[in-house]
Design a protein around this ligand. Structure first.
Ligand code: SAH
Length: 372
């Protein structure tokens, strides 16, 4: 057993991100407004500005008393994310943004437009403590948890970018959110869950994105999966499995030393049974490491023996080699054989597209270096 921290506690005396409207639920916002000696309905007005009009500019708060605008903006809309750099690729349909947080920590988010949907990949932590050796973020270690509002603000900014047509293809709507940027979302459980509620609650409480359009991706923190199951939400769960056997998974996903393949698959199956939502098994195919035909067969067997109804699908990710890594993606014929065996074993299987590759915005490449 290793001593990987499940929940990160900041060093004593570390400063917290400033409180923001998006940290609070509606009742909390009303109370905070009342604390300033203002009527509680001002909370709704502020919420509409932020979650429905995507503005936090005091000059635009025109339904609030002129004398209060600046004070309210200072109080509820402190600047959380500073845009350090935007990079675009895939003919303008993918945009990666590097953000600097109030304390200098760096995180990234990636916006990807598809014909039928637009997905934002967001970060839940600066860095990550899970230490998966094939992942660029995992090599950095954990800096800190993001606050709820630091997570939500990534989404609000992207929703505004889409509305204003700043991404190729004209104005549109942000429809999907995936917690597949930096960090392990279930290691920052309370803030991530509050962020999911803000993202999915209808306005003016939140952004009103469908729960079914939100994916929480995890290395497999079993207690976190069980807590998420108990929330009775309709969000999608993605489990980064990467191999069906403990021996290899102990090295690829070090937290496997604490939560074994069987336990995480049982937890994932429990999530599917309880929510009726198909779980997504993420599997980065690494040449000569986890791409052998027997592993495809074992994976299919492990998934099938838990349930016959289509409770799960496998999403293969061609490995994105990280700088200095000895690993590479599997050759296409090997990938095809892996897919063929899973499908023959009765498992729905897809291969992830590789959006954002040339700007280091693809899966597992987010390292948030400022001087690359
Ligand atoms: N910590 C969470 C979410 C962040 S990573 C998790 O592990 O699920 C999002 C996905 O990208 C995970 O499935 C992760 O295993 C995968 N990934 C990480 N590094 C990768 C790489 N170099 N190539 C392909 N996928 C990678």
């Amino acid at each position: 057993m290793t001593a990987l921290p499940l929940v990160f506690s900041p060093p004593k005396g570390a400063k917290k991100p400033p409180r923001h409207l998006a940290d609070l639920d509606i009742d909390g916002r009303r109370a905070a407004v009342a604390d300033l000696g203002l009527p509680a309905f001002r909370a709704n007005q502020l919420s509409k500005h932020y979650f429905e009009r995507f503005t936090r500019d005091p000059a635009e708060l025109t339904d609030l008393p002129a004398g209060d605008r600046q004070r309210l903006a200072d109080e509820f809309f402190p600047k959380l994310l500073t845009d350090v750099r935007d990079q675009t690729c895939d003919a303008g349909l993918t945009r990666k943004t590097l953000w600097r947080l109030f304390d200098g920590a760096l995180v990234e988010s990636v916006l990807m437009r598809y014909p039928d949907r637009t997905t934002l990949c967001i970060s839940s932590q600066a860095g990550c403590g899970m230490a998966c050796p094939f992942c660029a973020t995992g090599q950095q270690g954990l800096t800190r948890n993001l606050s709820t509002a630091e997570i939500v603000d990534q989404v609000v900014v992207a929703a505004r970018v889409m509305r204003d047509g700043e991404i190729e293809g004209g104005p549109g709507r942000l429809s999907n959110i995936v917690f597949m940027g930096m960090g392990e979302p279930l290691a920052n459980y309370n803030r991530v869950l509050a962020a999911v509620r803000r993202i999915t609650e209808p306005g003016p409480g939140g952004l009103g994105i469908s729960q079914r359009g939100v994916t929480v991706s995890t290395v497999g923190l079993v207690p976190g999966i069980e807590r998420l199951t108990a929330e009775k939400m309709q969000v999608r769960l993605a489990l980064s499995l990467h191999t069906p056997d403990d021996e290899l998974r102990d090295t690829l996903v070090p937290i496997n030393n604490r939560f074994k393949v069987d336990e995480v698959l049982d937890a994932a199956w429990g999530y599917a049974k309880s929510t009726g939502r198909r779980v997504s098994i993420e599997y980065a195919l690494i040449r000569d490491v986890n791409d052998q035909p027997w592993r495809a067969d074992l994976l299919a067997k492990q998934l099938r023996r838990r349930g016959d109804f289509p409770w799960v699908h496998v999403n293969l990710i061609p490995l994105n080699p990280t700088p200095g890594s000895k690993w590479d993606a599997s050759p296409k014929p090997v990938e095809r054989e892996f897919v063929r065996r899973l499908i023959a074993g009765g498992i729905t299987t897809t291969v992830r597209d590789t959006r954002g590759r040339e700007i280091d915005g693809a899966c597992g490449q987010l390292a948030a270096l400022e001087d690359k």
